[in-house]
Ligand binder design. Structure first.
Ligand code: SF4
Ligand code: SF4
Length: 69
């Protein structure tokens, strides 16, 4: 199964839970901060996403949407 995620950078608080939760290491923390001053998460390695949904389950801000093929 292939997957894709969309992260709402303005909802993200940069906690990093999704980074730790993602088995294939798709997500990284950006170097630029968002409008609230947090460094948001970003899907850096799209091609590795399986659509498992672990990242979205861990996100306390409900900032991640997961799509599966
Ligand atoms: S859906 Fe799964 S594989 Fe894709 S970014 Fe989230 S945790 Fe990683
Ligand atoms: S778990 Fe949610 S709030 Fe935390 S870094 Fe990831 S997207 Fe941002």
């Amino acid at each position: 199964m292939r997957g894709m995620i969309i992260i709402d950078k303005e909802l993200c608080k940069g906690c990093g839970y999704c980074v730790d939760a993602c088995p294939p290491g798709v997500i990284a923390i950006e170097e630029n901060f968002n409008q609230k001053g947090f460094f948001p998460a970003s899907p850096e390695h799209f091609e590795k996403c399986t659509g498992c949904g672990m990242c979205a389950e861990m996100c306390p801000e409900i900032a991640i949407e997961v799509y599966r093929e």
